[in-house]
Design a protein around this ligand. Structure first.
Ligand code: ZN
Length: 226
């Protein structure tokens, strides 16, 4: 597992990372977060799991993934489209990377499930203005930190590619905790067809194939209409 990058040379990483970035100024997150821009708008500020375009129109570029005809952001950042090859990508917002502390709430994506661990790639720090965190890498949620109740089957609490909100319980080993009501899965994808699932009471239903699943849902679970 990679260690948290807390040293100061993030600016040089940023400069080397995106040579094209200077051609298209990236808006500060706090100004564009409340924007009503349509998806597909270049420069739109997005969070992991936000739909940014359709596969009919675009090819999924960097920091995106495809699911059921839609393209979604995997990181917090701004949307960038390239006319020549019709790609749509997300440029991670790397300006003023915050230093992580124990107790901080982060947003991430589930990238693996084990018997007693959920692997999460941290994308950003949750707060008034969600900010991306470069180079943090993976974190884990141990089965005992998922919720207060006993967890028998981890696959009933998290699914692959789910977007989760979690608190950093142990910074050194990047252990996360989702026991609080507002923590847990913010957005779940159907395990059968990868469509974003809709909350229905304590369960989730797939609007495409009617699959019913459960998660350790956040009270802020986001149901997106698409
Ligand atoms: Zn489904």
């Amino acid at each position: 597992m990679r260690k948290v990058n807390r040293n100061k040379d993030v600016n040089s990483v940023e400069a080397a990372d995106n040579p094209e970035q200077s051609a298209q100024p990236v808006q500060p997150a706090q100004e564009s977060a409340g924007s009503n821009s349509e998806p597909e708008d270049p420069g739109m500020f997005v969070l992991p799991g936000d739909p940014i375009g359709a596969t009919e129109e675009f090819r999924a570029g960097d920091q995106t993934y495809e699911s059921a005809g839609n393209i979604y952001a995997t990181v917090t950042g701004t949307v960038k489209t390239t006319a020549e090859d019709r790609t749509i990508a997300v440029i991670p917002s790397t300006s003023t990377p915050p230093v992580l502390h124990r107790g901080d709430v982060v947003i991430g994506q589930v990238t693996g499930l084990r018997d007693s661990l959920v692997l999460v790639t941290i994308a950003g720090l949750s707060g008034a203005t969600d900010r991306a965190i470069p180079d943090v890498g993976s974190a884990v949620i141990h089965v005992s930190n998922i919720k207060k109740a006993y967890v028998k089957d981890i696959s009933r609490e998290f699914g692959l590619f789910d977007i989760v909100k979690a608190r950093i319980g142990d910074l050194k080993n990047m252990r996360l905790d989702t026991a609080e009501p507002e923590l847990g899965v913010m957005k779940a994808l159907c395990s059968r067809c990868r469509t974003a699932m809709t909350k229905d009471g304590s369960k989730l239903i797939c609007p495409e194939c009617n699959q019913v699943e459960t998660r350790k849902m956040s009270t802020e679970y986001r149901t997106v209409a698409n």
